[in-house]
Unconditional design. Structure first.
Length: 368
């Protein structure tokens, strides 16, 4: 694939210098920013993530800030998840939908105060949708993108590393909770969360100029922990069933099709703009849904386009949108959207990869 040409439209991050010094080998574009995809190799990065600790530049997870008297009302209008019981200091995974019930984003929402929220977004221009809702409903709320850049610390040794920078108080932060901690005179949100199943934290770095000092402090403090620069790992996220907006789900899919029904309280989420549409479709249930697919393969090519999934007769019954070879499970691992007629665990399917059909079986759960 040809190189990505730099420009002001493709924004560097506060940590780009650190990525380059660490030998980043690949990038993708995410919310108009650079997101590293590999440092040593996908397999080596995978092994290291599971056994040590990595620092990830995820500044591309931009924040949409809601501030004002109607901030809570606006937040509820965006999602079918009932947020009425959410308290300041909590995080929540929230499917965001449009008026048809289609997925617009699947961010983590942070409630900073009753009148202030951050929406830490996946890869879509959500800011424009939220501003349109505010204008259309004449809400008393300011919507903006603050100068906040998340930096993730992930892996089994993440807690020890973060505690060396912010103090042992960070150990008391529970899963999907956050606290305010000081670094060199600046107070930052530190949340126990992240885009891996290996455990860790996301630090919401306040101010571009604070990026490299924090990066360097983490790298220095973690030398004996074998800290490395890293990034969201394709293999680990598929094993863990972590979906990628724009890859595994789009505006064409409802949360229920994406297996996110447990994050929807459609009956009680009064005010959500897609509530009526979701009520209609939820009565019958989805006819297709995300499933884990185990591939009988010793190599898996890059999945940079949709692969059809067929039954033994050649009838198309789904599609694969993410796939990789798992060193730990000695098989191909994949995320597929499969018709309800073929959901049963063990169902044999054929994945039509670029190099020919691959035998696959539906799994009851993801691997991690």
């Amino acid at each position: 694939m040809a190189m990505i040409s730099p420009s002001r439209r493709l924004r560097r991050t506060p940590f780009s210098d650190g990525n380059e010094a660490a030998g980043v080998k690949g990038y993708t574009v995410y919310n108009h920013m650079l997101l590293p995809t590999v440092f040593r190799s996908i397999e080596e990065d995978y092994r290291h993530l599971k056994h040590a600790v990595q620092v990830w530049d995820v500044a591309c997870e931009r924040q949409v800030e809601l501030r004002g008297p109607d901030a809570g009302r606006l937040m509820q209008m965006l999602t079918p998840r009932d947020l009425r019981g959410m308290l300041p200091g909590q995080c929540a995974y929230v499917p965001l939908v449009d008026e048809t019930g289609g997925m617009l984003n699947d961010p983590v929402a942070l409630k900073l105060a009753e009148d202030r929220w951050w929406i830490s977004i996946a890869d879509s221009d959500l800011l424009l949708w939220v501003k349109g809702i505010v204008y259309g409903y004449r809400l008393d709320v300011l919507v903006d993108e603050p100068d906040i850049a998340p930096l993730a610390v992930q892996g089994p040794k993440a807690e020890d590393l973060v505690a060396r920078i912010f103090g042992d108080g960070v150990r008391k932060v529970r899963f999907f909770r956050f606290g305010w901690f000081e670094f060199e005179g600046t107070w930052m949100v530190v949340a126990r969360s992240g885009y891996s199943k290996q455990g860790g934290f996301e630090i919401y770095v306040d101010g571009f100029d604070n990026g490299m000092p924090l990066w360097n402090a983490l790298m220095e403090a973690g030398r004996d922990l074998d800290v490395h620069a890293g990034c969201p790992n394709l293999i680990e996220r598929i094993e863990s069933g972590l979906l990628s907006y724009g890859n595994d789900m789009t505006r064409e899919n409802t949360p229920h099709e994406c297996g996110l029904g447990r994050f929807c309280d459609t009956q009680t989420a009064i005010g959500c703009v897609g509530r009526d549409a979701l009520l209609r479709v939820s009565m019958e249930g989805p006819v297709r849904q995300i499933r884990a697919l185990e591939l009988d393969a010793t190599s898996v090519p890059p999945c940079d386009r949709i692969w059809d999934v067929t039954d033994a007769r050649g009838m198309r019954v789904g599609r694969v949108t993410s796939a990789a070879l798992s060193p730990d499970f000695n098989c191909g691992v994949a995320i597929g959207m499969v018709r309800m007629t073929h959901w049963d665990p063990g169902t044999h399917l054929l994945v039509q990869g670029p190099d020919g059909p691959i035998d696959a079986h539906v799994r009851e759960t993801f691997w991690n």
